[in-house]
Design a binder for this molecule. Structure first.
Ligand SMILES: Cc1cc2nc3c(=O)[nH]c(=O)nc-3n(C[C@H](O)[C@H](O)[C@H](O)COP(=O)(O)O)c2cc1C
Length: 216
């Protein structure tokens, strides 16, 4: 059995958000697959306060064995939940949009909660970063209305580049598949065609998962 965690990072309805639709297509395609145990972590549904002093105070108190106040305890519970979701997964699917050149703030908070020394990476005795989540695979599902795949524009793109740097680079997950739907706003006359091809690609990615064991 392969445990698949789907990190859903868009709360627009699937009739409006293209990456929400990618999530829906993926979930429909894996439904009933006997080799998969699929769960969703919906970043918009979680009570995850932004990173800041409250979180750091909680870390400090925990390190010193002090009691946490209610807000700090809630932050730590949210962090434990986010990290446990990753720990339990063999494959993590990230379904997210590009908004204002980057990822939604709620997804950033999920990354903040899971990007921690001792959990996703550590430093070795030579000061080099060692990834700690190398037993996991990742799949990227992303939509962006403009075009960011040309040499002139790729440097502006901080959604897929960021997620890949974090989960592929720091966490050490192997990125086994990606679908990026792009240009449907920039080329509105081709929008339906672009989106349909992207959704078909998402379905193929999902169907590949239903056919192979990826936790070996
Ligand atoms: C708040 C917001 C910000 C956006 N910013 C950008 C942007 O910076 N560049 C771009 O090409 N498209 C931008 N778009 C369009 C989205 O990339 C496009 O709708 C894409 O399908 C991903 O978002 P969606 O999954 O919510 O549809 C933005 C859309 C929204 C709702």
């Amino acid at each position: 059995m392969t445990n698949v965690l789907v990190v859903k990072a868009n709360n627009r309805p699937a009739s409006q958000g293209v990456s929400s639709k990618m999530y829906e297509v993926f979930m429909d395609a894996v439904k009933g697959a006997e080799n998969l145990n699929v769960t969703t972590y919906d970043v918009f549904e979680e009570n995850t306060p932004y990173f800041g002093q409250e979180v750091f105070d909680a870390y400090g108190k925990l390190a010193q064995g002090q009691e946490l106040n209610e807000a700090e305890a809630a932050v730590m519970a949210a962090q434990t939940k986010a990290r446990q979701a990753i720990t339990d997964a063999d494959v993590v699917v990230f379904a997210f949009p590009l908004w204002n050149l980057t990822i939604p703030a709620k997804l950033q908070t999920f990354i903040d909660y899971t990007y921690g020394a001792g959990f996703s990476f550590k430093y070795n005795e030579n000061g080099q970063l060692v990834s700690l989540l190398t037993d996991k695979k990742a799949i990227i599902l992303n939509a962006r209305g403009g075009i960011y795949s040309t040499p002139e524009t790729s440097g502006m793109e901080m959604a897929v580049n960021y997620i890949k740097s974090v989960v592929g680079g720091v966490y050490g997950m192997e990125i086994i598949d990606e679908v990026i739907i792009e240009g449907h706003n920039a080329m509105s006359d081709k929008a339906e065609e672009i989106k349909a091809a992207g959704f078909a690609a998402v379905k193929e990615v999902a169907e590949r998962l239903t056919k192979v064991a990826v936790n070996a």
